[in-house]
Ligand binder design. Structure first.
Ligand SMILES: [Zn+2]
Length: 424
């Protein structure tokens, strides 16, 4: 149809995100932002008015989907950076910059699992075309029990309450889910584990990943999950340790974040129930990497070292057992955890034993499933939105090429084109 805007992309190689083998000498025909045809370049016939973009020797892939990120909009190198200090206007502008850089690095969709109003507002501003950024699903504020995962034990309770994230009791959690809906959440994020040690320095992580306890009762968590599901929202739960993962499984939580510090029996239950676990390696990796530069105290260095060790051990065991992983980074923002570094998650997943093709599927199709958007994004197939990236090299041989994306398309619009003219 002549009134449609057609684009024909040509590339040396396509990895389509379904797990199918790479295809060579491909073409992708896009009409009005939607993929219409995918195949060998000799077989795809574009209408005469179509714009042709020849990506030369590059590899074409679905845009990266980060299943777990945060847009807080505060400096992550400051203690309690999430507490008021910067104006909300400044924070909003800051996340707009972070989202733009993330998209330009090839992350075309992301699930924001905890911020405050900033997350849903950023999503809306992106959807309305005011600022560039990944397609987003956003949780709004965390939900936590008093003294639970996201409570800050070192500041007065009244102060924490100003953040509207604490909910206790069956009625309390139901009410809180409704407040999240009012805030514009399209997923519910709940903290289910906390340190089992009184006086622990860092409640959300806890000194020992194997010594965590569940921070909600079964009755509370059932009520929370039922209320979310009744409203057609998925539930994502921060879970470290057996107790929390078991509670998540008992209450039909949709995605388990982190999911380590567990025993083999719990791991078997994850496999049997086919529940998605979101990897979140980058959060710990960049804490360990940044400890020197950002002058982390000794106890924090030891804590993150201990956690990444436990996470790696369980990731390897999880792969062997058949746990289903989506890739999510848990990047929390600049300067310690810039969201545009999300492709590092693929490198870490492969370093910890994932097959490169498996990592690509986990960070595209399965991450899209974690976002409940797999019907429209996550693979390069007819009917899907044209969210695509291209880069030099073969990620099946060197997964780090995903960190050097040269071409980004979102909804059929070219966002980034860093191809040097000689290579076209
Ligand atoms: Zn997180």
């Amino acid at each position: 149809m002549p009134d449609q805007q057609h684009t024909l992309l040509k590339a040396r190689r396509l990895i389509d995100g379904t797990g199918a083998p790479a295809q060579e000498d491909v073409a992708v025909l896009i009409a009005d932002g939607v993929i219409r045809e995918v195949g060998h370049r000799d077989e795809i016939v574009a209408p005469p008015h179509a714009e042709t973009i020849d990506l030369g020797e590059r590899t074409l892939m679905p845009g990266i989907v980060d299943a777990h990120v945060h847009f807080f909009g505060h400096g992550t190198d400051r203690p309690f950076g999430g507490l008021p200090g910067d104006s909300r206007v400044y924070r909003a502008l800051r996340v707009a910059g972070e989202a733009k850089r993330m998209l330009e690095a090839g992350i075309t969709a992301a699930r924001c699992l905890g911020s405050d109003h900033i997350g849903p507002s950023l999503r809306d501003a992106i959807n309305d075309g005011h600022v560039p950024g990944p397609r987003m699903v956003a949780a709004g504020n965390f939900i936590s029990s008093t003294a639970g995962t996201f409570d800050h034990l070192s500041v007065p309770l009244d102060f924490v309450k100003t953040d509207d994230l604490l909910a206790d009791g069956v009625d309390g959690v139901r009410d809180m889910v409704r407040r999240r809906i009012r805030q514009g959440a399209d997923v519910i994020k709940v903290g289910l584990s906390r340190s089992g040690v009184i006086g622990d320095n860092y409640q959300a992580w806890g000194e020992d990943p194997h010594d965590q306890i569940a921070s909600y009762s079964l009755e509370e968590m059932q009520a929370l999950a039922q209320e979310a599901h009744r409203n057609k929202l998925k539930v994502s739960a921060h879970c470290i340790g057996d107790d929390a993962v078991r509670l998540a499984l008992q209450t039909d939580v949709d995605t388990i974040e982190h999911g380590y510090g567990i025993n083999d029996e719990t791991r078997r239950m994850l496999v049997d129930r086919n529940v998605l676990v979101v990897s979140t390696i980058c959060q710990l990796y960049y804490h360990v990497q940044g400890a020197e530069r950002f002058d982390y105290p000794e106890w924090a260095r030891k804590l993150f070292d201990r956690h990444i060790e436990a996470m790696q051990a369980d990731f390897e065991k999880g792969l062997a057992a058949g746990v289903r992983y989506a890739l999510g980074t848990d990047l929390i923002g600049t300067p310690t955890h810039p969201q545009e570094l999300a492709a590092k998650e693929f490198e870490m997943a492969v370093a910890w034993g994932m097959d490169p093709m498996q990592a690509i599927v986990a960070g595209t199709r399965i991450s899209a499933e974690a976002m409940s958007m797999d019907h429209v994004i996550g693979t390069v197939e007819p009917g899907k939105w044209a969210d695509l990236i291209a880069f030099s090299g073969d990620p099946l041989k060197d997964i780090t090429v995903l960190q050097r994306v040269e071409f980004v398309m979102q909804g059929g619009e070219t966002v980034v084109d860093r191809r040097s003219t000689g290579l076209q």
